[in-house]
Design a protein around this ligand. Structure first.
Ligand SMILES: Nc1ncnc2c1ncn2[C@@H]1O[C@H](COP(=O)(O)OP(=O)(O)O)[C@@H](O)[C@H]1O
Ligand SMILES: [Mg+2]
Length: 453
């Protein structure tokens, strides 16, 4: 796989110019006019508050516009509780001085929602001061600008809303990515991805990459089976990434509790992906040790029905695993679907056919489906090997459909057209059963004879 596949597609395919940035015409126009007013030195408001739900394209619009206008962007990227300090020390000087290069300068304060609440007391006041003294345009973004704490900032800014893109545009965008990545995709699959992610384009692109790189194709059946409705919960790929990148125990605990998958499934995912992510042997060893302990607790919890143990299991799959990463540097890698889950989904149809066949045979033989699966079906399979015509006649007599016969005899069901024609014609179920029993007895005798020879 080429190295570039490991770049998150949400970064690789970020709009490089305004023309790559789809739709949102109204927001684009207002933003451009406001920037032009700055050029004339007469903006009515010195700051813009760009708002809309997560993944709707706020940050990428600012990036696209600044590239288009060849601006220098100064942005805050300090974590929430260091925000205020960062604004005071770095952003304020940049906002109040002219740029040395003569380039236009744009100040981006991403996700100002984080400034509300108690996490960063005084953050809002600092921002307000900044908007009044700035010599350069300030763009703030927020998911929810209507938080009461943000009122003063709202009043000081020009509000621009980004609405969710419509399905047609999103499908076109996702399709374009698949074409560039040379990955087969079905339109229907892309529509479902869009619906399941409720218009969150970042999440949709992530899902597309996860499926595309794991399966080499994005089909409706894969999406239906493997992509969960977002519901603001975290899919297993991101859960793993969150666990492996957590710096603090609480972060990895949150990663586990916000996961869409249950603990059993998460253990499968971890066991598949620990060696992929934690390439340093010592880290891998520690992580597997934690995982095996989680598995022991899980077994004990199921046996004793003592669900208090769940907390310990979460500690093991969350913090204990994230703290195992001591030497390995975090790299964005493609996680694998657990083999077990993958196999279950790929063999789902076959298992259904087998169950249907077992139900039919169970009815005639008056025994359970499990007995049919463990005794009758293997015998039918064996009979098919020695006498295809007879076995097929029997199965047809038992009214088994083609898919059921195929799953019993294995993938390589050969055509019976060229085998000897039957002299007796089609059988009914009872006859088939009798024939089956006598022939399996014969096979048994033959096998015994062979063994004793
Ligand atoms: N209008 C758009 N045209 C093209 N790509 C978009 C558009 N809106 C969003 N994206 C893509 O969706 C992803 C998420 O956008 P982002 O700007 O990070 O969202 P937000 O900042 O609102 O959470 C990015 O990878 C971006 O490339
Ligand atoms: Mg953003």
């Amino acid at each position: 796989m080429p190295e570039s596949s490991y770049i998150p597609w949400i970064i690789k395919y970020r709009p490089k110019s305004l023309s790559d940035y789809v739709d949102q015409e109204e927001a684009k126009t207002i933003l451009l006019n406001w920037l032009k007013a700055w050029d004339r030195g007469s903006p009515t408001k010195k700051a813009v508050l760009l708002y809309g739900p997560p993944g709707v394209g706020k940050t990428s619009l600012v990036e696209a516009i600044s590239k288009e206008m060849n601006c220098e962007v100064i942005e805050t990227n300090a974590s929430d509780f260091r925000r205020r300090e960062d604004i005071e020390k770095r952003i304020k000087p940049a906002a109040t001085k002219m740029s040395l290069s003569g380039k236009k300068r744009l100040i981006l304060i991403d996700e100002v929602d984080g400034l509300s609440g108690t996490a960063d007391k005084g953050g809002i006041e600092t921002m307000l001061e900044l908007t009044s003294i700035t010599k350069h345009p300030i763009i703030m973004t927020a998911n929810n600008p209507f938080h009461p704490d943000l009122k003063p900032l709202r009043d000081a800014s020009l509000l621009i809303e980004l609405k969710k893109l419509n399905q047609r545009d999103v499908v076109k965008l996702l399709k374009g990515i698949c074409e560039k990545e040379k990955i087969f995709c079905e339109d229907e699959a892309l529509k479902i991805i869009h619906t399941k992610n409720e218009g969150d384009l970042r999440a949709s692109i992530n899902d597309l990459q996860n499926l595309g790189l794991s399966f080499g194709k994005v089909t409706a059946s894969l999406v239906n089976e493997l992509i969960y409705y977002r519901d603001r919960e975290v899919n297993p790929f991101d859960t793993l990434r969150n666990i492996f990148t957590s710096k603090y125990a609480w972060q990895s605990k949150l990663a586990v509790s916000h996961s869409q998958v249950d603990i059993d499934t998460l253990i499968e995912w971890l066991s598949e992906n620990i060696p992929v992510q934690l390439t340093e042997p010592e880290d891998m060893y520690l992580a597997f040790q934690a995982l095996s302990r989680a598995d022991i607790y899980r077994g004990r919890m199921k046996r004793t029905q003592n669900y208090d143990l769940l907390t310990y299991i979460s500690e093991m799959v969350g913090p204990a695993i994230s703290l195992s990463r001591k030497k390995t540097k975090f790299k964005w890698i493609k996680y694998e679907f657990p083999k077990k889950i993958r196999m279950m989904s790929e063999t789902k149809k076959a298992r259904e056919s087998l169950n249907k066949a077992a139900a039919k045979i169970a009815k005639v033989t008056h025994c359970s489906r499990e007995t049919v699966k463990s005794e009758y079906i293997p015998m039918l399979r064996a009979l098919y090997k020695v006498n295809k015509t007879l076995a097929t006649q029997i199965m047809e007599g038992l009214k088994l459909e083609d898919d059921e016969i195929r799953v019993i005899v294995g993938k390589s069901k050969e055509s019976t057209e060229n085998t000897e024609p039957s002299s007796t014609g089609p059988m009914n179920a009872e006859e088939s059963l009798r024939k089956f029993e006598t022939s399996t007895k014969k096979m048994g005798t033959r096998a015994r004879k062979k063994r004793s020879q």
